[in-house]
Design a protein around this ligand. Structure first.
Ligand code: NAD
Length: 500
């Protein structure tokens, strides 16, 4: 039975909503339709009410979407990079023009506090702008000569789009993770089938609705909403040359297994359990501010959460006291209230999962602080554990909620050893007085990004991705473009220099 929909108005950026409140969840060759798959109920995490239903697709819709992308592939790859860049720039402008509505949508459907929702939309704009600029410059797209040791031959290298790509994204940064894939894929000349998370499909529905108005030929971007079954159908489709996936390490493992059968290309952006290292000369207020952002931004639902906080033993007690005070000062509430700094978790089910981790954690380490909440939403107060043993599940597994673990260290070597002692290797943050000393330590960390005295800023120009179980490949920057390209060399023997 369908749950009654709440009366909360939804920003007017979605594809046309049917009279019964259902949104089409399939878009093939520019045409929206109600899919024949599972109906997805999008729930407002602020009050737990059903917001809207999305008519998701099935494996037939995936097949039709891949065929549409394949039909559009030749035309799009032969479009000059500068013309592709003009479309990307138009998308950036269209997103910017609808910024206010998209921010509202992010607050409503993802529970992100306004400042965080604004950062997401800004990030989408700057990502499309960045890849538009690469297209304009031809950098990484135009063929370039290759120097050879023998003048009898000339060679050049060219970069070919890898074909139809499947883009599968999670719920924690829906619009952003889509932009990080779609902008470089389109810049490279690929055509795409996008599979949003079944929890937060509205972000991608709104984004595609805007993109369709930006001069993109029909079939270049297609979309099928649905659950893991739709993702599986996409990864198993013979017409998909590459899967670019962001999500859990467990799903990434399944995707890699499926890809092995066809030596299909994959980029995997997976989980994390990252460290913040507070050195003995760190500014404590700055370190606490980095800890709060690293552990509680997006209610801790971040692959890059620095939820393992390593503090030099000399500062540990003072740091713990100030960190708890700062966590107490977080304003838990409705994300649309400008004072709110900690929004709800994405779903009841996810909050229960996080709470189970907290319950288990009580046997492993003392709770230094636990925030309280009330109301119908999926809010959860911040939880801080102290002196957590490195063997505890709490310390080792990705929790994906507002839960931080503290631990003291005595020497730099110990800090590095503990930070690197993880299955994951996505990011790390170092808080230090002496930045040269921090840079030497950064060099020893097995992670894709290190922030030194810097909040978790990600620029389109800098690569994103992890070591170990945090993934394979890199997004953003020129690496993001390369991940959607095959490399071809052409070697020609010069006239008059034919080999005997
Ligand atoms: P998830 O793995 O459950 O789902 C991600 C997407 O994959 C969804 O669209 C889902 O429907 C689909 N999916 C699930 N199983 C699949 C399968 N076997 N084959 C194909 N598709 C499948 O992840 P989630 O719960 O949506 O997101 C949270 C996870 O994402 C966390 O582990 C987080 O660390 C990770 N994440 C990583 C990054 C990064 O850049 N490294 C960024 C954001 C989130």
């Amino acid at each position: 039975m369908n749950a009654a929909l709440s009366l909360t108005p939804i920003p007017d950026v979605l594809p046309p909503v049917a009279a019964d409140g259902t949104v089409p969840g399939v878009c093939i060759a520019g045409r929206w339709s109600a899919g024949a798959g599972r109906a997805l109920t999008v729930v407002n995490p602020i009050d737990g009410q059903a917001l809207v239903r999305v008519a998701g697709g099935d494996s037939d819709a995936v097949d039709a979407a891949v065929r549409a992308a394949a039909a559009a592939a030749e035309g799009w790859r032969n479009t000059a990079p500068q013309a592709r860049g003009a479309v990307l720039e138009a998308i950036a402008r269209a997103v910017h023009a609808q910024r206010a509505a998209l921010v509202e949508l992010q607050m409503l459907a993802s529970g992100k506090p306004r400042a965080e929702a604004e950062m997401d939309v800004n990030d989408v704009v700057s990502t499309f702008d960045y890849y538009a600029s690469l297209c304009r410059s031809g950098k990484g797209l135009d063929a370039v000569p290759v120097e050879l040791p023998d003048a009898a031959f000339v060679a050049e290298v060219s970069y070919q789009p890898c074909g139809v790509v499947g883009l599968i994204v999670p719920w924690n940064f829906p619009m952003v993770t889509t932009a990080w894939k779609l902008a470089p894929a389109l810049a490279a000349g690929c055509t795409a089938v996008l599979k949003p998370s079944d929890v937060t499909p509205l972000a991608e529905l709104a984004l595609l609705q805007l993109i369709l108005q930006c001069g993109l030929p029909a079939g270049v971007v297609n979309l099928v909403c649905g659950g893991a079954d739709v993702g599986v159908a996409l990864t198993q489709h013979a017409g998909v040359a590459k899967i670019s996936f962001t999500g859990s390490t467990a799903a990434g493992t399944s995707i890699m297994r499926a890809a092995a059968n066809r030596i299909q290309r994959v980029t995997l952006e997976l989980g994390g359990k990252s460290a913040l290292i507070v050195l003995d000369d760190a500014d404590l207020d700055e370190a606490v501010s980095l800890a709060i952002g690293g552990a509680f931004f997006n209610a801790g639902q971040m692959c890059s959460a620095t939820s393992r906080i390593l503090v030099h033993e000399r500062l540990y007690a003072e740091f713990a006291q100030r960190f708890v005070a700062a966590a107490k000062a977080l304003r838990i509430g409705d994300p649309r209230d400008p004072a709110t700094t900690l929004g709800p978790l994405i779903s009841r089910q996810h909050r229960e999962r996080v709470q189970r981790h907290v319950e288990l954690g009580r046997n492993a380490a003392p709770v230094l602080f636990e925030g309280e909440v009330s109301g119908d939403g999926f809010h959860m107060g911040p939880v801080i554990f102290g002196e957590v043993p490195t063997s505890a599940t709490l310390w080792r597994e990705e929790i994906f909620g507002p839960v931080a673990c503290l631990r003291a260290f005595a020497t730099e070597d110990e800090a590095i050893r503990i930070a690197n002692d993880s299955d994951y290797g996505l990011v790390a943050t170092i808080a230090a007085g002496d930045e040269a000393r921090a840079a030497l330590l950064a060099d020893r960390l097995q992670v894709g990004t290190v922030w030194i005295n810097t909040p978790q800023l990600i620029f389109p120009q800098t690569g994103w991705g992890g070591f170990k179980k945090s993934g394979i490949g890199r997004e953003l920057g020129p690496w993001g473009l390369k991940s959607f390209q095959e490399v071809r060399h052409t070697i020609t023997q010069q006239q008059g220099n034919q080999a005997p």
